[in-house]
Write a protein that binds this ligand. Structure first.
Ligand code: AMP
Length: 420
């Protein structure tokens, strides 16, 4: 027997774990698509793999690229990588398809990403992200609008136990100044930091702040805050974002340890965590402003803002918060033939219904009324259509509503005409 690759899972119609059910995914996707269209986001679908260089240049310093990327040589000796996230791909597609000339500047995406990550609940090697990217102009309203969009998405999915963390990380120069201040602050405890953070102390001290290691977090708590280093322009921008959030009654927590250590990130960064789950993987989604990325990737110098949210974690939180609706969608008509002769008539009526665009299924497993009704109920069918030899003789079928148990006799001649 073959088994799926470690860190991956199947999405199936029926599973012990409801977040793996295709109905749950379709429910999420429908909500995400609806909200995207309300906010004017248009879909971009990019390939699962890209030239490795795109990710190295686009998100080079992140663990997702340096440690966790699935990279391989294809038969033409090109280095390709499975996408660890989508921002770099969306920016590439925007540039390559000259979308800046086509009045499209806000996009959403959904699809699988790949990271060779340590496995645990909420962390997979193939996982799925939904996200949006907006390209220009640089305006605090866009930050507010996008954060609001994400929160509305969670709300529409019934998630209420969430918390928004936000910070401003200025620009590259500010972060260099701040980095020096952090180096001086951490230097006396360098030996007590995790091995990763000891390395970061030299290469990228900001990343110590978002370390998940307890030994680092203890020191990070009292570290200097980047807010003290912001220029008046950056500070005002951040204040305008916060004002916009307050204007929409969005509660937030300013978190000085929230940083994205990449060169092109600037100003607003944010993360939404689930407070219903005490597990380590409580980050539902996050994003921020990345004004330099488009230029680094060879495009126009357009500012960018976006977020990505993990669909697995959303569905798992919905289960914890009991907001994932029960599966109720089944066929409208479920034919239950009670004899071999009536199967032929059932089959022909079922086919006619389908030709009219109505959903219909047939019990081909047995000719038993009780078992047939039970199967129809399990499938969440709306009506059972009972056809036996007697019905063939009288040319009348019985249509039973499975919820109310009400029955109606209908002439076969009329059957297709009267059904809804
Ligand atoms: P990131 O690009 O690391 O900020 O991730 C954005 C979101 O994707 C996170 O908030 C998670 O919800 C989700 N995510 C990231 N990595 C994984 C993973 N390995 N497995 C499942 N979800 C993930």
């Amino acid at each position: 027997m073959f088994q799926r690759v470690k860190g991956s899972y199947d999405i199936v119609p029926n599973s012990e774990e409801r977040w793996k059910e295709s109905g749950a995914w379709q429910y999420f996707e429908a909500k995400a698509r609806l909200l995207s269209s309300i906010y004017g986001f248009q879909e971009i679908r990019t390939p699962i793999f890209e030239h490795t260089e795109l990710f190295v240049r686009g998100i080079g310093e992140a663990d997702a690229v340096t440690k966790e990327m699935y990279t391989f040589l294809d038969k033409g000796e090109r280095s390709l990588s499975l996408r660890p996230e989508l921002t770099a791909s969306i920016v590439r597609a925007f540039i390559e398809n000259s979308l800046q000339n086509k009045e499209c500047d806000r996009f959403f995406y959904m699809g699988p990403c790949f990271r060779y990550d340590r496995m645990q609940k909420g962390r997979y090697r193939q996982f799925h992200q939904f996200g949006v990217e907006l390209f220009g102009p640089k305006d605090p309203y866009l930050d507010v609008e996008t954060i609001y969009f994400l929160l509305q998405l969670y709300k529409s999915l019934g998630l209420s136990k969430i918390s928004l963390k936000i910070n401003s990380i200025g620009d590259k120069e500010i972060r260099e100044e701040f980095g020096k201040a952090l180096q001086s602050y951490f230097a006396p405890f360098a030996k007590e930091l995790s091995p990763d953070s000891q390395r970061r102390l030299i290469t990228n001290p900001l990343r110590i702040l978002d370390s998940k290691e307890e030994c680092d977090q203890a020191f990070a708590k009292n570290a200097p805050a980047i807010a003290e280093f912001l220029t008046p322009y950056r500070r005002t921008f951040f204040e305008d974002v916060l004002k916009g959030l307050t204007g929409l009654n969005i509660p937030y927590v300013i978190d000085p340890t929230l940083v994205r250590g990449l060169d092109y990130y600037c100003d607003t960064v944010f993360e939404v965590i689930s407070t219903s789950d005490t597990g380590a993987q409580n980050a539902l989604g996050g994003g921020g402003r990345y004004d330099g990325l488009m230029k680094i990737l060879g495009g126009p110098d357009l500012p960018g803002f976006g977020f990505a949210t993990g669909i697995e974690r959303i569905l798992q939180s919905m289960i914890t918060e009991n907001s994932l609706p029960e599966e109720t969608d089944g066929p409208t008509y479920y034919f239950i033939p009670l004899s071999p002769a009536s199967k032929e008539l059932s089959f022909s009526l079922m086919t006619s219904l389908r030709d009219q665009g109505k959903s219909a299924l047939l019990n081909a497993k047995n000719y038993n009324l009780k078992k047939g009704l039970a199967l129809g109920s399990n499938l969440h069918a709306k009506y059972a259509v009972l056809i036996g030899d007697e019905e063939i003789g009288s040319q009348i079928v019985t249509v039973k509503c499975l919820a109310t148990r009400e029955e109606k006799k209908v002439r076969i001649d009329d059957f297709l005409g009267i059904l809804v």
